[in-house]
Design a protein. Structure first.
Length: 114
């Protein structure tokens, strides 16, 4: 017979461990910061972003948003990603998909491969 694994206690334990690690960073003056990048007005992506914001805020990670219009140019989008990548106060970048059709076609993620 298999073992039943209950997800809630596992999730609570992991969340507690993450919070403890975040507190250690904070004592060193490091405030973890995530930037969520979204293009356009996709409702599912927006719901996901809000869910991430709530969770990360609860565990002590700052969340900022960078929203772009559906018609953002590849150049403007890549420039913004490079600026985020160089920003020492941003520790993670989450790019939500779908992107605009134009950005999806343009190999937008090549900005991180140089």
């Amino acid at each position: 017979m298999g073992v039943i694994l209950e997800g809630k206690p596992v999730a609570e334990k992991l969340e507690k461990e993450i919070k403890e690690k975040i507190e250690i960073y904070k004592t060193k003056g490091i405030i973890p910061n995530l930037c969520i990048v979204k293009v356009g007005e996709n409702e599912e992506a927006e719901a996901y972003a809000k869910s991430i914001e709530r969770f990360f805020s609860r565990i002590g990670i700052n969340v900022e948003r960078k929203n772009f219009a559906e018609n953002v140019s590849l150049l403007e989008f890549q420039k913004a990603l490079k600026e985020l990548e160089k920003n020492n106060k941003v520790h993670g970048i989450l790019i939500l998909r779908p992107l605009s059709e134009e950005l999806e076609r343009q190999k937008v993620f090549s900005v991180f491969v140089s």
